[in-house]
Design a protein around this ligand. Sequence first.
Ligand SMILES: Cc1cc2nc3c(=O)[nH]c(=O)nc-3n(C[C@H](O)[C@H](O)[C@H](O)COP(=O)(O)OP(=O)(O)OC[C@H]3O[C@@H](n4cnc5c(N)ncnc54)[C@H](O)[C@@H]3O)c2cc1C
Length: 459
Amino acid sequence: MSAVNVARLSAEPLHVTVVNGAHPVGRGVAYGLRRPEYLLNVAARNMSAFPDEPEHFLEWLRTRSEFESTPEVELRERFISRQIYGDYLRAIVQHHLQSPGAMTPVSAQTIVGDVLDVEPLDSGGLVHLADGTTLRADRVVLATGNEAPNPLPGAEALTDHRAWVGNPWHAWEDRLPGPDGNVVILGTGLSAVDAIITLRTLGWLGSIDAVSRHGWFPHAHFRGIEYPEFPPPGVDLATLGLDALRALVETHCALLHERNANPAIIVDKLRPHTQRIWNGFDRQDRLTFATEHAARWNVFRHRIAPDIAAQITSSQLTGQLRVHAQRIEELTAAGSDRIRVRLADGRTLDADLVINATGPATRFTATRSALLQNLLRRGLIAPDDTDMGVRVDPDHTVVDAAGERSDLLLALGPMLRGTYWETIAVPELRVQARRVAETLLGSSRMDLDEGQLLLEYMI
Ligand SMILES: Cc1cc2nc3c(=O)[nH]c(=O)nc-3n(C[C@H](O)[C@H](O)[C@H](O)COP(=O)(O)OP(=O)(O)OC[C@H]3O[C@@H](n4cnc5c(N)ncnc54)[C@H](O)[C@@H]3O)c2cc1C
């Protein structure tokens, strides 16, 4: 989307090269073709790829025969299939980068390959690909996205084990055991939900155990109520600090409980302020929030389509899915066909298939990306002071290990967690992609009210 925005906004001739690993440009890991049953977890009305054209996705949906006659109110609230969203992004790439005609002075090219390193030159840099080729560039945008899950204790020895799935985004369906078999899913977040939905869609009848520290699944989207009491008038949420903010949130959650209303409304009401609150936190508050409160925040914040949530509940009610709130102690092979998962309370779960859906490493410097490790080694990038991501300035220019603004590198996406906290979903990414393009082009044309955008997302 950064490249697309450059093509949309540039008045000057430029050449953009998009280098991308295994996934087709646009789909990434989230919007691939692997399974049709995966739904977006954000309603269609808030999934436009462009912050300045909020209706863009809805208008595109209308060009498809299956949505042509869907009533507007219904379409806006629909949780569309992630495959279809991938089609949308692919269509945008095709339109702006692959066959732009005379619309833009920007030319573009896509290269399938893995980037291993970027070597700075006196002016610009050399991008080194794994196949030995190099590309000369004036500026390089790091948009390497979502990393595969963190390895778990004992998992290194299981890499080639037939019952081990180290990355839930790779196909594992052909390795499913029979109906008397057992699958263990490590994690209860969005990737774990994907795995359970696939098991149900396939009509698989075996038993499923899901393990995570808290055992919480993401909550479902719901229609909120008016709650003007939060934030209280005159209170600036961004300057409270973590302890006072937590106390305030707990008080209001208790009030909502008393009214039989969902306390997650408070998370929605916090959304327009999240960025300022995060900016106002000191380093210790950020670390405390990430270690002690993020798990609870995430289950309310990253809500799933009601239909998907209903399927998870149904699996639990029928007894097919059991949830264990435990730390995972160790994984070992139990023969050549099974894996044993040892939990912190001493219990063990033996499984015919174990899927690691625990999410990426929380320490940025533990990244498993060879490219990011090389850039760290060169001092071209540096972790932010919480080590949750890479350090950038507000215009997305990377700040290097010497504390200088990089002449070469910009960054966006999930690797900016320490800077923004909210930096994963499309409503945030589309704003970032536009800002990156503006920085590259040396302009600032974003005449948007970001608070308004976040508000829309929240509702
Ligand atoms: C399973 C899943 C479901 C999601 N669902 C939603 C949703 O419903 N709604 C929503 O708003 N958000 C959702 N998100 C979040 C968000 O939309 C994605 O995280 C978003 O796709 C991130 O885009 P990205 O381009 O930054 O990264 P990615 O989509 O991860 O793309 C990064 C690309 O960079 C490539 N790459 C990485 N390193 C290199 C290298 N060294 N050399 C070459 N190529 C490299 C990768 O192969 C990949 O293709 C979801 C995320 C996931 C993972």
